[in-house]
Design a protein around this ligand. Structure first.
Ligand SMILES: [Zn+2]
Length: 459
């Protein structure tokens, strides 16, 4: 027992300090040789943050950090006793600090994380398109209508695609056998390329959820998408598996109950772990309505699940033309990042970064372009068939400018053929014959052709 106590109180070394700048906060990560006690407080006139770390000494320099674009103007340290370290951060503006410690993981040892949140400059009401960087953290409450962008007077609004580059900052995502390559870099490169392609197409606008190398908690990613007025949420990832030979792309939609396969369950666990790496577990403790919000979310989610499966299947079949597929069907798993009511959401695993061959391909700009093009094609096909009212694409469709094939519906769990017929206002017999069905037995994930409704039913 005595030996244990000695270990606990032995001084830890602060071996390095890393810094990440996000649009609304600055994250400092102190890499430690062991666990520490700490406290953080603010001082004003001039604005400073003081971090006291008990049982630690600094064995690195604080002056090589890139501080440009942050409110930090300088960092100093003092050893108050041989085992009590004080770090003082000089600031150009007041910030709200939040801090927590993280236990070692596969990549890093013990860490102390200090997030410095920018305080809102001026009290001007923010517009939905610009509010993201400085919006206060509020619980997701589905009772608030998503702020869809108002139609431009005399024009038709664009369809908004929120593109979420997985991981970022402190959370590198999956590791690659290619030296220096992390999932977070690949996902951002593909996301940016997809944004460029979508923005080049009239009637669409793409918004990046993450624009640089910093971490965003999972729940906040969907919040950002909602504030951008997204019609679709696409999360970009690269897979990893213990088996280096595993290969191929996959597309996931949310599962309303459980995961469709063991792999999906395992993957959902490891992608959701991301929040623990990023420390969001601590942050979301502030969010007291989480339970209620969660219940409401689950209720309103079923509506967008069918759309998610539909767009997912289109993306998957386009990707299947340019890269091997891991699974031929859209898989369903309980990804936190896909839990956005009213916004159809998919998660695209672009390939296995743990596979040396695919890791090399994922790092190449030409393959990133090809992947983005296939995702773009699937997204375009989905919205050509299902344009939201008031959009330029809906106008094109209503004026016969989009060649109309039959509509498609991907069966969600709990849906019966009768329910689907009712939803599209077609007869059960017409739906059966359009799909050559001999019985009303349908499978989750199955794609049905929906015949055009009779004009008579339109009011
Ligand atoms: Zn990932």
């Amino acid at each position: 027992m005595a030996a244990l106590a000695v270990e606990v109180f032995a001084a830890s070394d602060v071996r390095s300090v890393r810094l990440w700048r996000a649009p609304d906060n600055t994250r400092l990560v102190f890499d430690l040789s062991g666990p520490v006690q700490h406290s953080v407080f603010t001082l004003s006139a001039p604005d400073r943050i003081v971090i006291d770390v008990g049982g630690a000494k600094l064995v690195t320099q604080l002056d090589q950090l890139a501080l440009s674009n942050t409110p930090i103007t300088g960092m100093r340290s003092a050893q108050r006793t041989p085992e009590d370290l004080r770090v003082v951060i000089d600031l150009s503006a007041p910030v709200s600090p939040k801090s927590f410690t993280l236990a070692p993981n596969a990549q890093y040892g013990h860490r102390l994380v200090v997030d410095l949140f920018d305080q809102e400059a001026g009290a001007a009401p923010s517009l939905p398109t610009t509010a993201v960087a400085t919006a206060p953290q509020v619980p997701v409450t589905p009772t608030q209508a998503p702020p869809k962008l108002a139609p431009v007077p005399g024009g038709k609004r664009a369809i908004v695609i929120a593109i979420d580059a997985g991981h970022g900052g402190e959370d590198p995502g999956a590791l690659s056998p290619v030296k220096g390559q992390f999932e977070k870099h690949v996902t951002l490169a593909i996301a940016k390329e997809l944004q460029r392609q979508i923005n080049a197409e009239k009637g669409f606008r793409a918004e990046l959820v993450r624009t640089g190398d910093y971490f965003i908690p999972l729940r906040k990613r969907t919040e950002i998408a909602r504030k951008k007025g997204a019609d679709l949420f696409v999360s970009i990832h690269a897979d990893a598996a213990p088996r280096a030979a595993a290969f191929g792309a996959s597309v996931y939609a949310l599962s309303d109950r459980g995961a469709t396969s063991e792999t999906a369950r395992w993957l959902a666990d490891s992608e959701n772990q991301s929040d623990l790496i990023g420390g969001a577990g601590n942050v979301s403790l502030d969010d007291k309505d989480r339970m209620l919000a969660g219940v409401l979310l689950d209720l309103s989610m079923t509506a967008s699940l069918s759309s998610s499966l539909n767009v997912g299947q289109k993306v998957l079949s386009n990707m299947g033309r340019i890269t091997p597929l891991h699974k031929r069907r859209v898989e369903q798993a309980g990804f936190m990042v896909l839990k956005s009511p009213d916004i159809p959401s998919i998660l695209v695993e672009t390939g296995f970064i743990s596979n040396p061959n695919e890791a090399r391909k994922l790092a190449s700009a030409s393959h990133q372009q090809t992947l983005a093009r296939s995702i773009h094609s699937g997204v375009r096909q989905f919205f050509q068939q299902n344009p939201p009212p008031g959009t330029y694409l809906a106008w094109l469709r209503d004026n016969g400018k989009i060649p109309q094939g039959p509509r498609e519906h991907v069966v969600g769990s709990g849906e019966s053929l009768a329910l689907i017929a009712q939803r599209y206002q077609v007869s059960l017999a017409a739906l059966r014959s359009a799909n050559g069905l001999r019985s009303d037995v349908i499978k989750v994930g199955q794609t049905l052709q929906v015949p055009t409704a009779a004009l008579a039913v339109q009011p």
